[in-house]
Design a protein around this ligand. Structure first.
Ligand code: CP
Ligand code: NVA
Length: 307
C-alpha cells in the first residue's frame, strides 16, 4: 500500500493487518504504553472542507506516534490562490513524510498522489471516505466479534459514505443493503465494482429504494446526513425527498435482534436519525468516532514507516 485514496487500494489481507495493528495501538494508547513508531515524522493535513473528527484524530494521532501534524487550510495555502495541485504536491514532498487531504473532487486527491513522493491519505472527498469506513468495519468487528456473518444496512444518501461502506463490505465479505431515494442511489460503477469484488468474498449486495425492506434482519444500521458538505443549497429540498428514510425506533425494530446503530457524524437529530436512536442503547457512534484515532494511527504507521 503506497497511498490510501479508496478502499480499493487495500486487499483483504491488508485490511486484516490494519485491524490487528489498530487493536495493538488502541491497547497501547489506553494503557499508557509508548508507541512512537513515527518519531520525527510530519504529516500535512490539507482541508478544503470543515472537520472535527478527522482533523483532531489525525493531529493527535501523529503526535501520539511521536511525529507532528501541520494543519493546512486550503484557504491559507497557495493552493487556494491558484497554485497547481502538482506543484503543491512536489513542494510538500520535500518537507513532509505524508499528506492527508479532505477536498471535493476525488480526481484532485489522485492528482496530488500522482505528483507526491510521499504517501497520500484521503480524508474525505465527494466520492469516498475510506478512513471512516475502515474505522466503521473495525468498530463492527469489536462489537459483533466478526464481519462475515453480518448484514449492514445503510439508509440514506448514496454518497461518499455509502460508496466506501459498499466497497468495504464487499471486500470483507459482509452483506450490505443500501436504501436510498430514487436518483440518490450509489453510483452505478461503484455498485458494479463492489458486485465484482463480492464474487470472491461471498458478500450479498442489495440496492433498493425501500428502507423497510433493506433493514430487515440487519445487524448494523447506518445512516449519514441527508445533505453532505457541498450540498447545503439542497438541504431543504432533500428534507422532503428523504423524509421516509429516517432511522427511528420503528425502523430499528425491523432489524435483527440487538442491532448496533452507526453514524459517521456530524448528525442531525430529527432528520436522518431520531434522538431516541442515536442517543439510545444500541448506538455506538462515539466508540466509532474514537476508533478513527486508532485506525488512522495504524494507517499512518503502515504507510509512513518505510520513509
Ligand atoms: N466523520 C467525520 O469525518 O467527521 P468530521 O467531518 O468531523 O471530520
Ligand atoms: N457525507 C458527509 C460525511 C461527513 C463526515 C459529508 O460528505 O459531508
Amino acid at each position: 500500500m503506497e497511498n490510501l485514496l479508496t478502499i480499493q487500494d487495500l486487499g483483504v489481507k491488508e485490511i486484516k493487518e490494519l485491524f490487528t495493528l489498530t487493536t495493538e495501538l488502541k491497547y497501547k494508547k489506553n494503557n499508557g504504553i509508548e508507541h512512537k513508531h513515527l518519531a520525527g515524522q510530519s504529516l500535512g493535513l490539507i482541508f478544503a472542507k470543515s472537520s472535527t473528527r478527522t482533523r483532531v484524530s489525525f493531529e493527535t494521532g501523529i503526535y501520539q506516534l511521536g511525529g507532528q501534524g501541520i494543519f493546512l487550510s486550503s484557504d491559507d495555502i497557495q493552493l487556494g490562490r491558484g497554485e497547481t495541485i502538482a506543484d503543491t504536491a512536489k513542494a510538500l514532498s520535500r518537507y513532509l513524510d505524508g499528506i492527508m487531504i479532505r477536498t471535493f473532487a476525488q480526481s484532485d486527491v489522485e492528482e496530488l498522489a500522482a505528483n507526491s513522493s510521499i504517501p497520500v491519505i484521503n480524508g474525505l472527498t465527494d466520492l469516498y471516505h475510506p478512513c471512516q469506513a475502515l474505522a466503521d468495519l473495525f468498530t463492527i468487528q469489536e462489537k459483533k466479534g466478526n464481519l462475515r456473518e453480518l448484514k449492514l444496512t445503510y439508509i440514506g444518501d448514496g454518497n461518499n459514505m455509502a460508496h466506501s461502506l459498499l466497497l468495504g463490505a464487499a471486500k470483507v465479505g459482509m452483506d450490505i443493503s443500501i436504501a436510498s431515494p430514487k436518483n440518490y442511489e450509489p453510483q452505478e460503477d461503484i455498485i458494479t465494482t463492489s458486485e465484482k469484488i463480492s464474487e470472491d468474498s461471498g458478500s450479498e449486495i442489495e440496492i433498493t429504494n425501500d428502507p423497510k425492506l433493506a433493514v430487515k434482519e440487519a445487524d448494523v444500521v447506518y445512516t449519514d446526513v441527508w445533505a453532505s458538505m457541498g450540498d447545503e443549497d439542497e438541504a431543504e429540498e432533500r428534507k422532503k425527498i428523504f423524509k421516509d428514510y429516517q432511522v427511528n425506533n420503528e425502523m430499528m425494530e425491523l432489524a435483527a435482534a440487538n442491532p448496533v446503530f452507526l453514524h459517521c457524524l456530524p448528525a442531525h437529530r430529527g432528520e436522518e436519525v431520531t434522538a431516541e436512536v442515536i442517543d439510545g442503547e444500541n448506538s455506538v457512534v462515539f466508540d466509532q468516532a474514537e476508533n478513527r484515532l486508532h485506525l488512522q494511527k495504524s494507517i499512518m504507521v503502515q504507510l509512513m514507516n518505510n520513509n
